[in-house]
Design a protein around this ligand. Structure first.
Ligand SMILES: Nc1ncnc2c1ncn2[C@@H]1O[C@H](COP(=O)(O)OP(=O)(O)O)[C@@H](O)[C@H]1O
Ligand SMILES: [Mg+2]
Length: 345
């Protein structure tokens, strides 16, 4: 049986990456397939991490000897970023091998298991261990150490890396990032192959969620956490403890002119800031894990401290209404919408 061709689109931004992943999932197991990379002209960091992982999963599902590649030899940029090696095609750099430059961080795999072990052995919190990593990525992208742009990126990257290492149970966390100064835009993508938001949030007895979509909505609300809730054993004095504000704060930062996407298992949600576009939109997603795309507008990343303070005050006000009560889906969605609308004023 000749292999069936699978052609990749020329542009692989968020939407096209999600659609391509769906098409990859539709390939039958054991079907010989020829992946054709010739048409690709643009892949953003999200496409880099999400598609490389989805291709990796597909290749495993097809079984040995059933995956073929063409058109990759001319894709120098993808090869440099570690795209092909990320799913086992021996061409170009390995993930993490290219040196970062002032505009991008190539596909990088973080050994999440090792970080959890190191934290358990040394007593150093995972957040503290990841702080340095997040600072490094932020410094590469912003070409600054300190300053609001750098600190905003470091804060957001650290919170999302932490979530993947602390909550997902995934062995590896994959990320990639790029800064386009002329577009006033930074994109950071972080993905894990873990248990997903719904499974992790189900540890909180005050939250009822019966779908991935509901779970994502809940997870974005201030004060909602799978590990920190009324009666849970958490040390409230621990500055690195969970408090359910990571996704809330990060999404608020992104919505200052950028946008925020989170996908977990069967559901994806995009929150944007542009009045021309839909501000809250569900997108197709299907992946054994959680993937986020943070888009940040550097020109809006000013006065981080006062912004964070403002967000957390607004968040605390909203959280006071939801903490310790059993959350129903409708409450969750309404809170989220009104909360974000308030943030947009
Ligand atoms: N990558 C992930 N995998 C699984 N669950 C996650 C992930 N990211 C977030 N979550 C869930 O969403 C909840 C809210 O995350 P967050 O707002 O950062 O709060 P916190 O981490 O302080 O609990 C987490 O407690 C966890 O249950
Ligand atoms: Mg968190």
């Amino acid at each position: 049986m000749p292999p069936k061709p699978f052609e990749f689109n020329s542009s692989l931004d968020l939407r096209e990456s999600l659609e391509t992943a769906q098409a990859l999932r539709a390939i039958a197991s054991g079907q010989p397939t020829a992946f054709d990379f010739s048409n690709i002209r643009f892949v953003g960091p999200f496409g880099m991490v999400y598609l490389s992982t989805c291709i990796e999963d597909t290749v495993k599902r097809l079984g040995p000897g059933n995956a073929f590649a063409k058109g990759h030899e001319k894709q120098n940029y993808l090869a440099h970023m570690g795209f092909f090696r990320a799913f086992g095609l021996p061409h170009g750099n390995l993930p993490g091998q290219a040196t970062c430059n002032s505009r991008y961080v190539p596909i990088t795999d973080l050994d999440a298991l090792e970080i959890r072990k190191e934290s358990a052995q040394s007593g150093e919190p995972i957040g503290a261990l990841l702080e340095e990593k997040a600072q490094q990525v932020a410094a590469v992208l912003s070409q600054q150490v300190g300053g609001d742009f750098h600190d905003t990126l470091a804060f957001a990257i650290r919170e999302i890396l932490r979530n993947a290492v602390e909550h997902s149970h995934s062995l590896v966390v994959r990320y990639c990032a790029q800064y386009w100064p002329s577009l006033n835009r930074v994109e950071v993508a972080i993905l894990d192959h873990g248990r997903g938001i719904q499974s992790s949030l189900s540890q909180n007895p005050f939250i009822e969620c019966t779908s991935d979509r509901e779970a994502i909505n809940h997870s974005l609300m201030p004060g909602v956490s799978g590990t920190a809730f009324k009666g849970s054993k958490i040390n409230r004095k621990d500055i690195w403890g969970n408090s359910g504000y990571g996704l809330y704060m990060t999404s608020r930062i992104c919505r200052l002119g950028g946008d925020f996407f989170i996908g977990s298992h069967s559901s994806g949600l995009r929150l944007s800031s542009s009045p021309q576009k839909k501000e809250k939109e569900y997108l197709p997603f299907g992946f054994d894990g959680t993937a986020l795309r943070l888009t940040i507008r550097p020109s809006e990343a000013a006065n981080l401290q006062s912004r964070l303070k403002q967000f957390s005050l607004e968040g605390a006000k909203a959280a006071a209404q939801i903490r310790g009560t059993v959350l129903k889906a409708s409450t969750a969605s309404q809170m989220l919408t009104s909360d974000f609308e308030e943030g947009l004023k």
